[in-house]
Design a protein around this ligand. Structure first.
Ligand code: ADP
Ligand code: MG
Length: 240
């Protein structure tokens, strides 16, 4: 079986010599809803950066739906929709423009892009905002905009880096419902979070990363059982 994500021996040493990743081994099955948990500075965003080729790795292999990012980067990237930890869109562009531009990078025709944008903007209660500049959105709205943007090329896998950090609980629940529906439609979802409640609500399988290493890789049920039996202390300090 081909995994949605297969990471082996992944290491990353940043300029200056800091070893952020020290040999990550990780697989995520197709269709899974997977959480990568870990405290601030553990290496979650670095791992996601390598998968999406925003960060150059030092060693190891990464395969996305069987395609190695070293030899088939464009193909591998075509499967991924990324919701980064930081807002990284042009704040002065209207939402529709941001979304149509994004679709354009992937060769999605304008008409299809408009239809897709309408569908998702409505589902995430952003349709009223379609013609306003992104800078006028609240933090929660900006995060939802980034989710819509990540879906414009209909990726098979969505990777979200702390998608609900700092978002009100009501809005967060709405985002959870939306992500659940996407997963039910067959999209593989990987998210990082420091809300255990979020992982508990959404995820079937988890890995815990700490100090650049995977220290636990189990089902959500397995993790909860360990927490219950107090054989395991989970330290998820809030991230910045
Ligand atoms: P997380 O997302 O789990 O909070 P990161 O992957 O962002 O962790 O960071 C892992 C470690 O790598 C941290 O100690 C961080 O300070 C360091 N780091 C991240 N980016 C860089 C960089 N560009 N240069 C040097 N060190 C970095
Ligand atoms: Mg991070």
């Amino acid at each position: 079986m081909t995994y949605a994500l297969e990471i082996s021996g992944l290491a990353k040493t940043y300029k200056g010599g800091f070893e952020a990743l020290k040999g990550i081994e990780l697989t995520v099955k197709q269709g899974d809803f997977f959480a990568l948990l870990g405290p601030n500075g553990a290496g979650k965003s670095t791992t996601i950066g390598v998968i999406t080729s925003l960060v150059n790795k030092t060693a190891g292999t990464v395969k996305v739906f069987g395609y190695d990012i070293d030899s088939d980067l464009e193909k591998a990237k075509s499967f991924i929709g990324l919701v980064p930890q930081e807002f990284n869109f042009n704040q002065f562009e209207p939402l529709m423009q941001i979304l149509v531009n994004q679709a354009g990078y992937y060769g999605v025709p304008r008409k299809t892009a408009m239809e897709r944008a309408e569908k998702y903007l409505k589902q995430l209660e952003l349709w009223d905002k379609r013609n306003v500049q992104a800078k006028s959105l609240s933090g929660g709205m900006k995060r939802r905009l980034m989710i819509v943007r990540a879906l414009m090329h209909e990726p098979k896998m969505l990777i979200l880096d702390e998608p609900t950090a700092g978002v009100d609980i009501e809005i967060r629940r709405g985002m959870w419902d939306f992500l659940k529906v996407l997963n039910e439609q067959g999209i593989t979802i990987i998210l990082t979070t420091h809300y255990l409640e979020e992982a508990e609500n959404l995820c079937r399988n988890i890995a815990i990363i700490d100090g650049g290493k995977i220290v636990e890789n189990t089902s959500m049920k397995g993790l909860l059982a360990q927490l219950d039996s107090e054989t395991f202390v989970l330290d998820l300090s809030p991230t910045n």
